[in-house]
Structure formats: C-alpha cells, structure tokens
Write a protein that binds this ligand. Structure first.
Ligand SMILES: [Ca+2]
Ligand SMILES: [Ca+2]
Length: 361
C-alpha cells in the first residue's frame, strides 16, 4: 500500500462515516438465503435496531497488525445445536463466555450448507457452497447479529464452481471504523477473498470493493494434484504473519508436520515472494498431527506477530505457538479453559473475533 492509497481510503472512510451506512447495507440484504443461516428468523432488523446500530464518528484502526491483535476472543460453533459462543480472553485467560443470538447448526440443515471461512473483529464470514454465496454476519456488544449483503460473485454447486474451488480466507483487511458506543464496526474493506482449486492448483483472489467483486487475480504460485502438491499440502487460512499489511497463506503438511507460509506481496498482493517454514513441526509419525489441528491465528502475547493456535480435542487443550515474523517458534502458551471429549464432540473453534465493548455509561 502506498501513501496515496492510504489517503484515499482514509477519505472514503470518513465520508462514509457520516452516512447511515448500515441503512444502505440493510436495504440490499438478500432475502431468502439468509433464512438458512438464521434459525431465529430475524432476517430484517426493526427500524429502531437499525438506528441503534448506525455508525457515527468512530475510532480508526488502520494497521493490519493492530487489527489482528485486537481480534482476541475465541469463537465456538456447536455443530449440533448451532449455538455460537465467544470465550472472552484477557491474554490466555478466559474471563467469561458470551453467546450470539443467531445460530447455525444441523437443525434446518444450516451447518450442512454454510461453513465459516473467516472470523475477524465482530464479523463472521460464511460460505454456502450450494448457492455459492459469501456473506458476513456482524454482532454487537449484546451478541445481536445482523447479516450483510452477499458478495456480488458466487461460486455455486450448480455452476460446477463449488466442486473445484474452496474459499481459504479474506485478504488484506485495511481500515476499521468502530462506533464509540460498542455497536457494529464498519470495515473499509477486505481487499479480497482467496480461493484454491486443488485439482488445477490455481489460487485466485477475488478483489473486492465493499461487497462488489471487481476482478480476479491468480497468485503466482500453484499447488495442484498434477505434481502431488495438493495431496499433502492444505491451505488452512490467510493472515498477515509478516506484518506488512498483506495477508499471507498458511499451509500445513500433516504427514511431515511442516507449516509453511506463502508470503504475499507485489502491487496486487498476488505475488508469492517466498515460502517461509515455521521452525517447529507437528507430524503424523509422532502422533502430533492426529492429536492436534490448527484452528486460527491471533496475537495472544501482544508482541505484534500473530501466533498459531492448535486444538487437541482429546485433552481439550488450546495451545498457541508464539511466533516472530521470520517463522521462528519462540515458545507456546495455552488458554486457561479447555474443550475436551465431552465438549469437542459438538463444539468447534472457528477462529478469533473481538466481542465489542459495551457503551460507556
Ligand atoms: Ca504479510
Ligand atoms: Ca504474538
């Protein structure tokens, strides 16, 4: 990002900050498709709710690294009941849990269709592979959820797209405006969404402006089945591990246990500059890869670089590898609460969010 981009985006942000932007968003919420991920049927918040949620002048957060460090709470989904619950974290200490008022579970078929692609701040990005929709939920300090409009492009089963392409994560979050009273934050805006085709090996970023997809750009490297890459490597998530505001792609080879980060850059954030391996591994031979799986990235020790989180569903432990920006694992730390067999059967850790603070009294 260069200086002129920064200024332009800041201008756009403040211009929108003076408008009742959520009214605009709510006016274009798609109708029927939201029902499938909204067990309470609240597809259309009342006018009074819209008023309460409108963004006014806000706090500006522009650094991706800061953005990452403030997504600090753990989001859980109960795949049976659909409940969404957030562990509020103070460092590695879980202080309490809070619930969202919408659900997505097996009842009604929601969790069969919709899966979480990304979590960040007070936002959950879902993908419905049947209809091909990418759609956000946002929640406020009370856990009240509203759905945004879906992206303008889809990747559906009917078109054949969903059989070949998988969404990996959001790219290049830039600006966030949060109202001072703890309402919904406004994003200016995810720069894109990364897809992977494990057959052809292509990775493609949809470049987005708001919820409009403006173009698509292939990454400069591939990982497909022809050379055996996609049989052993899985792209698990996108996040900025190097602290340069460009999202990177995290890959895991559970056989060898190697975790590798494709460091992205270039003018469009689509050039793979290098692959950076972490200094610790979690392989199959030692039993590690069977016991542990990667659940997200978040800066738990507040030193800037993101840390990589793993969940052991047998012991219940949720443990982070503490990273620097060169891929060195400096140590590990575990959350104070666990989710073992009685819990992990139904509850899945989907990533990290920031539960908004309540308004000042
Ligand atoms: Ca980066
Ligand atoms: Ca850290």
């Amino acid at each position: 990002m260069n200086g002129s981009d920064t200024e332009e985006r800041r201008f756009i942000m403040f211009a929108f900050g003076e408008l009742p932007i959520l009214h605009i968003i709510l006016a274009v919420i798609a109708s029927g498709d939201i029902d499938s991920i909204n067990a309470t049927g609240q597809t259309n918040p009342s006018e009074s709710e819209e008023d309460a949620l409108s963004c006014g002048d806000g706090e500006e957060v522009e650094e991706r690294s800061l953005f990452s460090s403030i997504s600090r709470d753990a989001l859980w989904q109960n795949v049976t009941t659909g409940e969404l619950s957030v562990w509020i974290l103070d460092g590695s200490t879980v202080t309490e849990k809070k619930s969202l008022d919408w659900r997505c579970g097996a009842a009604g078929g929601c969790s069969d269709r919709w899966r979480v692609v990304e979590t960040a701040m007070n936002r959950i990005t879902w993908y419905d592979s049947a209809m091909g929709l990418i759609q956000d939920w946002e929640f406020d300090y009370l856990g009240n959820v509203k759905a945004g409009a879906p992206l303008s492009w889809t990747c559906s089963a009917a078109s054949g797209c969903a059989a070949n392409w998988k969404p990996i994560g959001i790219l290049d979050y830039q600006f966030i405006v949060c109202p001072p009273g703890g309402g919904f934050c406004d994003y200016k805006y995810p720069g894109g969404l990364l897809w992977h085709n494990p057959i052809s090996g292509e990775l493609s970023r949809w470049d987005t402006s708001g919820t409009t997809v403006t173009s698509k750009t292939p990454l400069s490297w591939r990982c497909g089945s022809g050379d055996g890459c996609s049989q052993v490597w899985r792209p698990l998530l996108t996040a900025d591990f190097t602290g340069d505001d460009y999202s990177d792609v995290l890959w895991y080879n559970r056989t060898t246990g190697v975790v590798s980060i494709w460091v992205l850059g270039g003018s469009a954030g689509s050039t793979v500059l290098r692959a950076q391996e972490l200094t610790w591994t979690c392989d199959a031979a030692s039993g590690c890869a069977n016991a542990w799986h990667i659940v997200g990235a978040m800066d738990i020790n507040r030193d800037g670089p993101l840390d990589l989180f793993w969940h052991n569903e047998t012991t219940g432990e949720i443990s982070a590898w503490l990273l620097d920006r060169a891929g060195t694992v400096l140590g590990k730390t575990a959350l104070s609460w666990t989710c073992g067999p009685g819990c992990s059967k139904d509850w899945k850790l989907r990533g990290f969010v920031r539960f908004p603070d309540p308004p000042p009294r």
